[in-house]
Design a protein around this ligand. Sequence first.
Ligand code: GP9
Ligand code: MN
Length: 682
Amino acid sequence: MNRLKVKFKRLYNKTKKNVHTIIKERVISNYIKNNMLFFAYLVLNVLNATILRFFCMHSLENYLSLRAIIADAMIVSFVGAFGYLLKPKNRSTYFIGFTIFFSLICMINSIYYTFYTSFASLSMIGLIQYVGQVGDAVVENVVQLKDVVYIFAPIIMIVLARKLNKRKYFSKVEIKSIRKKKMLTTISIAGVLAIFFFATMKPLDVSRLVKQWNKEYIVMRFGIYIYQGNDIISSLQPKINSMFGRDKAQQEFTEYFEEKKPEKKNKYTNLFKGKNVIMIHGESMMTNAMSLKFNGKEVTPNLNKMADSGMFFPNFYSQVSVGTSSDTELTSTTSLMPTKSGTAFVSYYNRSYIAIPSLLDEKGYYTFAMHANNGSFWNRKVMHESLGYKKLYDKASYEVNKDNTIGLGLSDKEFFKQSIPILKDINEKKKNWYGLMIMLSNHTPFSDVEHYGEFPVDIKERVKNKDGKVEEVSHPYMEGTKLGNYFKSLHYADQALGEFLKELEDAGLLENTVVILYGDHDARLPRKDYNLLYNYDKKTDSLLDEDDPNYKEYDQYQYELGRKVPFIIWTKDMKGTKLNKKVNYTMGMYDVLPTIGNMFGFENKYALGHDIFNTKNNNLVCFPNGNWVNNKVYYNSQKSETYPLTTKAISQEELIENTEYTNKLLDVSNNIIVYDLLKDVK
Ligand code: GP9
Ligand code: MN
């Protein structure tokens, strides 16, 4: 103990002495004086990155984000450190050169932002030819003062270098070991910044950096220089992936589709031929929630009404990977699975796709998508074109302000309301049309509670008090929990849906229209959140004890199977007809195209899913991680575990066969996208 004390005291005294020396001998100011050009380089390049954020993200917390400033400073000083390996007379060229380089990054991003409201990506380099014709961008915006201000950094650097040169600043001779020491000192500055930066990083940050879909978020948290470096790596990845193995992939592809039998005609063939389509992308809508009530009130009364009066598929699964919303858009429209690395929307936007919009476009439909968020999210503005949409009505087509915003952007109620006149106009001008409407409000983290409206998720009871009077008591139950907030948010989205159907009816837009709705993926909430839902103890206002006979553990498999999402095909006059029914077959997002294709009279020979009315009980739904489910069993490929869904046992051969089928399908799907195999068959 005593030795430790002595050691600590020694360390304390040493640090005190060092700090003293630093102050007394003006170490910092001397260091800056001796490294003037480096500091100018550091300050100017960090300033440029901050100016870029200022012009692109208009809120103070965004452009003055301390984390982004630290990240930018870290990269700039790390790159600058290697300048010290050069002789002093060459060093100025190095710092000036990199200042030009960093300023160019800012300048290019500034111009790009004007057009795409997003940050530049190496993978989009082929799109440069479209600058000027892009969307609603105004040509006079080509280059503005705000795009060229960054040039001041290299100018200041050149002037400063000249001045210092005149003062013989660079004529000192520095031996190699001194240069190395200087480099290491500078690297340690970058190191200190790195420690601070990485220590304050959240898990969400890492996943967003990998996915690279919310570019604004990355620039705000990681700064423009990390964003650009990361973008270069992720843009090159698809190129590297597609460089090898094309022949084998092509051969497997040909064999696979030679063996695949074409879909048969059935009683639904051409049922909806010539009808218009509104496809609703129900953000984070889950089937489980449809059967829940709080205080006698359904969470999703309108969705339930739609399901009860239309064709409802309660055993329908989304098949997303890291691309969440965009993966569902891909799979539902193309019947392909998400890619094994990256996301199709961001990394493989320039491949050939056979998709619902492109197939309907061939049939003379006007195809469009509506989403009141930034068109660059998930790279939709670009990828939608590859899928065959003729127009994306994005944020720019809507009136979005502080008062009509919920969570990520324009509230669903407003989104639908403002979409009606656009739809009316389309309906007047076009004979047939297909419109995808992407909802937004019910998006994780479901924290905009005050805007969802009243929907208590507590348990209210009327009990007799001591005096014998009846009074209402409330047990908090799901109030204040994330899952509880999800139900409130979903209830709001459901109201928006109800209002929309009414508005469509009033506008006469339901006469020749089929409304199709899918939930895009589950709420992505942790399993433990569901335990409270099923195991609430009113008396203690907490989880039931695990030993309690009423305790029902919500196990891993219930959780995985509980991620089902609704799929509904609905028309205003379906109620009471033969089509008004529950279809219980196990079905996946990749079965959407073949199933509705049969109903509307179009087909994609290269679909991986099936018309559910042909496969019926023999359908298999595979997931991007290799798991699969059919009506008998759920198979977890990572754990090699089966979870039975009926009492019927599944044979070992069947298990192996289904697993091999899944792996093959995932390979073929991935190859189609990576090697662009549909290009030649289209
Ligand atoms: C973004 C929205 C949400 O515009 O579609 O995407 P998600 O986070 O669900 O993938
Ligand atoms: Mn989504």
